[in-house]
Design a protein around this ligand. Structure first.
Ligand SMILES: Cc1cc2nc3c(=O)[nH]c(=O)nc-3n(C[C@H](O)[C@H](O)[C@H](O)COP(=O)(O)O)c2cc1C
Length: 304
């Protein structure tokens, strides 16, 4: 029986590779009454910005075949509440890897937020979501241009002296490898991919979009093959570690993502369908690895 599911990300040991993805697990404590959080390899917290945000108008969610669209709009209490309240409260009940997910609408905002996260004792890894619009550049998302992605990376790396920085990539690009390489060259310690895919639904009775903001981010089981392809391409083009994300819903999916090149694997929308998705996946992993004659989970990273 495979007992050791541990992996290492930039020198940080995770008990297993399974991490709930940002925005699908709150700030961790919300789920603490449902199961023992300490079985999780890590937790990526809700995306946090400099100022508190109320988020987008409702409806913010549309159900789809094998997935969902969300347009939550980064509702969060702001970076000061994250470092002074949310992380210390989670640390009281959780010993694993805490990943702060940082968003921003300008380079300055990313820099200020990441500096505060870097100074916060309970945080292990800083994950920088570059899918946000740059308000100083016509609203184009930072993550859709190699230059803009590199600018954010350089800015946050200049202030993060204590913690590894993972840049979280958008899949809404023609060449994700070019963006990944730009981030690596600019000093990123790791990459998380992917974020959600831009999508839309229409209420055919009312003849109007289901989502109040018309479009939103599509994710869930249906995106798995596309996310896997991007993880494979990026992991083979870059030397820094990759956290794979997108459509993961089973132990088999985790193994597949790791074979494609992921060192850790994030589970997103599936947590909203089944709040016990992560513990169930972690429980199923040892038997699944044994079925495949895999002795150590580390051995399967990037074998394809
Ligand atoms: C409701 C919801 C909220 C999300 N909020 C964030 C966020 O704040 N920051 C972020 O980087 N990604 C956010 N994401 C994206 C997920 O972390 C993940 O990258 C994406 O959903 C793909 O994984 P999945 O197919 O497993 O859902 C959110 C996703 C969902 C479904």
């Amino acid at each position: 029986m495979v007992k050791d599911l541990s992996i290492e990300l930039c020198g940080i040991k995770l008990a297993n590779p399974v991490v709930p993805a940002s925005g699908t697990f709150g700030f961790g404590l919300e789920l603490a009454d449902s199961f023992n959080l300490n079985i999780l390899g890590g937790i990526s917290l809700k995306g946090t910005t400099l100022e508190p945000r109320y988020g987008n108008p409702t409806p913010r969610v549309a159900e789809c075949h094998d997935g969902m669209i969300n347009s939550v709009g980064l509702q969060n209490p702001g970076i000061d509440a994250l470092v002074s309240q949310k992380v210390p409260a989670l640390r009281k009940v959780y010993d694993g890897c805490i990943i702060a997910n940082i968003s921003g609408f300008s380079i300055d905002e990313y820099r200020t937020c990441c500096a505060k996260a870097d100074a916060c004792e309970g945080i292990d890894i800083i994950e920088v979501n570059i899918s946000c619009p740059n308000v100083h550049n016509g609203g184009m998302a930072f993550g859709t241009s190699p230059d803009a992605a590199a600018d954010v990376t350089r800015a946050v790396k200049s202030v993060c002296k204590n913690k590894p920085v993972f840049i979280k990539l958008s899949p809404n690009v023609t060449d994700i490898v070019a963006i990944a390489r730009a981030c690596e060259d600019a000093g990123a310690d790791g990459l998380t991919l992917v974020n959600t895919f831009l999508g839309m639904r229409i209420d055919i009775k009312q003849r109007k979009p289901v989502i109040a903001n018309t479009m939103g981010g599509y994710s869930g089981r249906a995106v798995f093959p596309v996310a896997l392809r991007m993880v494979y391409q990026v992991a083979h083009a870059c030397k820094i570690p990759v956290m794979g994300c997108g459509g993961v819903a089973s132990a088999e999916d985790v193994i597949e993502m790791m074979m494609a090149g992921a060192t850790a694997v994030q589970v997103g929308a599936e947590n909203l369908r089944n709040p016990f998705a992560c513990p169930e996946i972690i429980e199923a992993l040892p038997d699944k690895l044994e079925d495949l004659n895999i002795e150590s989970i580390k051995d399967i990273i990037k074998v394809v």
